[in-house]
Design a protein around this ligand. Structure first.
Ligand SMILES: NC(=O)c1ccc[n+]([C@@H]2O[C@H](COP(=O)([O-])OP(=O)(O)OC[C@H]3O[C@@H](n4cnc5c(N)ncnc54)[C@H](OP(=O)(O)O)[C@@H]3O)[C@@H](O)[C@H]2O)c1
Length: 233
């Protein structure tokens, strides 16, 4: 397969970092973003990917990210909108300003960056956009007003972009992971062998991207087979 040019947001750790590693293992070129300088440096040094400190919620950072990605790689074949964070609170106690901040990253940042990349992809005659949504965007749950709503929005936006961009040979793939044992919400150290790990999601994304360009996987959910099973040993 020909080497592809990836731009991955939130690649400094978790699912994004697993994707950086999977793409580099496939000999693809990768530019990734994040905010934690130490993590960015470590992953870039280890994989040969290019890491950029950039906040997806900041428009100027998104402009700089796209310019740098194009300067480094000559174009963008795959945009992975992965950067995101969570905030949970019951309705009646919700901090609406915090919900707005969450939307600035999970929704408006994703839209702003894609808005800048799509013209390039149209000019190139195609591309792939992967939006990391969540099973929280398929089924609501207690304390999920802000996060769940942001991921429902990502799924809805993905459907709009599919309708708009299929005629331009741009595939839009929405991926909905269930619980993944990353540093999500500061919950580091989880290591249950029966629950999902970041590379499980990276594998699914790479499989969707690896399908013949005739084939579009519009949405894929990823669950653990039996997360209730007690770890052995
Ligand atoms: N873990 C789960 O159970 C789960 C389930 C379903 C969906 N997801 C989704 O998967 C995606 C990745 O989550 P994860 O589990 O890998 O979480 P994680 O380990 O906390 O990693 C989140 C990544 O996003 C980056 N990030 C967050 N806000 C950012 C911003 N404003 N600008 C740039 N980068 C930003 C972080 O960068 P820095 O650390 O450098 O700031 C980090 O690299 C998120 O969209 C999340 O909603 C996760």
């Amino acid at each position: 397969m020909e080497s592809r040019r990836f731009l991955i947001t939130g690649g400094s750790q978790g699912i994004g970092a697993a994707l950086v590693e999977a793409a580099r293992a496939d000999d693809d070129q990768v530019v990734f973003t994040g905010r934690n300088h130490d993590l960015i440096e470590e992953l870039a040094g280890r994989t040969g990917a290019v890491g950029i400190a950039a906040d997806v919620a900041v428009a100027e950072d998104n402009a700089r990210t796209v310019t740098e990605a194009v300067d480094r790689m000559g174009g963008i074949d795959v945009l992975v909108n992965n950067a995101g964070w969570g905030y949970g609170a019951p309705i009646g106690e919700l901090d609406v300003d915090r919900m707005r901040q969450l939307f600035d990253t999970n929704v408006f940042g994703l839209v702003d960056l894609t808005n800048r990349v799509v013209p390039l992809m149209k000019e190139q005659g195609g591309g792939d956009i992967v939006n990391i949504a969540s099973t929280s965007g398929i089924k609501g749950h207690p304390n999920g007003t802000a996060y769940s709503a942001s991921k429902w929005a990502v799924r809805g936006i993905s459907q709009c972009w599919q309708a708009e961009l299929r005629p331009h040979d741009i595939r839009v793939i929405s991926v909905c992971p269930s619980e993944v044992q990353t540093n999500w919400g500061g919950r580091s150290g989880r290591n249950n062998p029966n629950k999902l790990f970041a590379p499980d999601i990276a594998e699914v994304v790479m499989a969707a991207l690896g399908a013949d360009r005739r084939a579009l996987w519009p949405e894929v959910s990823v669950f653990a087979t039996n997360p209730w099973k007690e770890p052995e040993g």
